[in-house]
Structure formats: structure tokens, C-alpha cells
Design a protein around this ligand. Structure first.
Ligand SMILES: [Zn+2]
Length: 278
């Protein structure tokens, strides 16, 4: 338990954020933040390009996710197969498919330690902004000897990020375990966040953030994970252990399996819909 590795949030460098946000909206227009809504909700809200970029979601789109996967360090076939199996666990309810391929792979998995080590994945469409020879996901030291429970907790969580799911807030009892100042310093240093951003993201319990969060699930596999040095009792917060029911349901709403039966209707209504759109 002491040495457990937790997920470190991974985002693009600030210089790439605006371009990546535009790409995300190009791929899936629903990724654009609801600016009018925010202007009403947040006093003094200003829609600068940088602010819009931060608020832009990174989902792949209603048509589902089909991504190719490769491994950067040539692991054995049984390990590749096992990792892919757990990535595709999301496919149980959602229209999601990860396939092994060495031709221009979109998801690139490394198992590096050291500076770039740990467990992480870039979020959703952001993986398209990573250089072709660099990892989009890291599963430090994963092997066939890694316990099955870690495949559930780690591979499925990191795959959730690849699908575009951000971290969920923690419930109050867990937030209270955190050393507030250490947590602020840590996320400011590792994520480049401001103090306000750390407070909003990590130190605001799910009970208080329910208004902002679409899926308020305290046991979500996508909950924040916190390293041991940031908690008052010196124990890490490992987060959800597996995709739970509400995770599956949420994934199914973002990437529904059945295309809606109104296809024909929208086709007929196409000229009108053009006029009604803003
Ligand atoms: Zn994570």
C-alpha cells in the first residue's frame, strides 16, 4: 500500500492548449464550453481564448471511439493482449474499441519509470497533439506479474482519460484527509495550476461541486488519486477500484452504442435545421 503509484494528471503544455482546444471542437462540437451559461453562472466570467481552452472538453464524439494502440517498448504478446483487454472493458456499455496496430497508432503506451514515470494518460482528443514517437499513456513497470486488481484500477482509469474523462471530485471525507497547503503546493508545481484551480479541482468535495459536475459519483474509477505525501495520515488515496455502474452509464451516454433512430428524420429536416442553428 505504501508504494502504490497513483495517477498523475497529464495535460498539454500551456503553449498548445488553444490549438488543441480548437481541434477538440472540430472533432466534436459538443466539446465547446457553454459560454452563455457560464457568463450567467460565474460572476465576472470573461471568455478569453485561454479560458475557453481550459474549459473545453476532450470527448471523441457521439459516433463512438475507435482508436489504434501500440506499445513503445515492445512488451511480450500476452502482456499487450492483457492491457488491451482491460482497455476494452469500457466497451461493455459504450461504443468504444481499441485495436492493436503499428501503423500510425493513436494511443502509444510506454512503461517508463523516472522523470516521466508513473501512471498517466493525456485526455481524449489531446492525444492527437502528442508527437508520433512519444507516449500518450504510461503504465510504469506493468508486467504479467502485476496483480489483476491493478489492471482494473490503473489500466481502466488511464483508458478513461484516453476516452476524454477528466478526474472526478472526491467526497468530503477524503478531501479532509489532505494536507491543504502541501496539496496546493504539489498541484501548483506539477500541473502549473493556480491556487484557485487546485482548490476548485482537488479541495472542493463532491458534495459542494455537485452543481458543476455532470457525474457526481464518489466511487467513480475517475476520482482523483492522491500520493501518500499529501495526506495527513501518510496513506495514499487510491480512488475507485474499477469501472462502477455509474461510470458505465456515463460512458454509455457519451458514446452510445445504438445510433438514434431519428437519422432519417434529421436527413429530411436538414434544410430547416440549418436555419434554426445559431
Ligand atoms: Zn487519472
Amino acid at each position: 500500500m505504501k508504494n502504490v503509484i497513483v495517477c498523475s494528471p497529464k495535460s498539454l503544455p500551456a503553449s498548445q492548449l488553444i490549438v488543441a482546444a480548437r481541434k477538440a471542437v472540430e472533432i466534436n462540437p459538443h466539446n465547446h464550453p457553454p459560454l452563455e451559461h457560464l457568463a450567467l453562472l460565474v460572476p465576472g466570467f470573461r471568455a478569453t481564448p485561454a479560458r475557453i481552452a481550459v474549459l473545453t472538453k476532450k470527448y471523441w464524439g457521439i459516433g463512438g471511439v475507435k482508436l489504434t494502440v501500440s506499445f513503445l517498448d515492445n512488451p511480450p504478446a500476452d502482456l499487450r493482449k492483457r492491457i488491451l483487454l482491460h482497455m476494452n472493458a469500457w466497451a461493455e456499455t459504450a461504443n468504444v474499441k481499441f485495436t492493436a496496430s503499428n501503423t500510425d497508432p493513436q494511443v502509444r503506451i510506454a512503461r517508463a519509470g523516472g522523470q516521466d514515470g508513473g501512471y498517466w494518460s493525456y485526455v481524449g482528443t489531446d492525444i492527437l497533439s502528442i508527437k508520433k514517437n512519444e507516449a500518450t499513456m504510461n503504465l510504469e513497470a506493468f508486467s504479467m506479474e502485476t496483480p489483476e486488481s491493478e489492471y482494473h484500477r490503473v489500466v481502466r482509469h488511464e483508458t478513461g482519460h484516453t476516452l476524454g474523462f477528466p478526474h472526478e471530485h472526491m467526497r468530503r471525507a477524503l478531501v479532509e484527509k489532505l494536507d491543504r497547503q502541501k496539496t496546493i503546493d504539489y498541484f501548483m508545481a506539477t500541473q502549473g495550476w493556480t491556487e484557485e484551480e487546485v482548490i476548485a479541482q482537488v479541495l472542493t468535495p463532491i458534495e459542494e461541486s455537485a452543481l458543476m459536475s455532470t457525474a457526481a459519483d464518489p466511487r467513480s474509477i475517475m476520482c482523483y488519486q492522491i500520493p501518500a505525501q499529501l495526506t495527513k495520515d501518510g496513506k495514499p488515496i487510491v480512488g475507485g477500484k474499477d469501472i462502477d455502474r455509474s461510470d458505465s452509464k456515463f460512458a454509455a451516454t457519451i458514446y452510445p452504442k445504438k445510433t438514434v433512430a431519428v437519422k432519417k428524420a434529421t436527413k429530411t429536416a436538414a434544410p430547416a435545421s440549418k436555419r434554426t442553428r445559431k
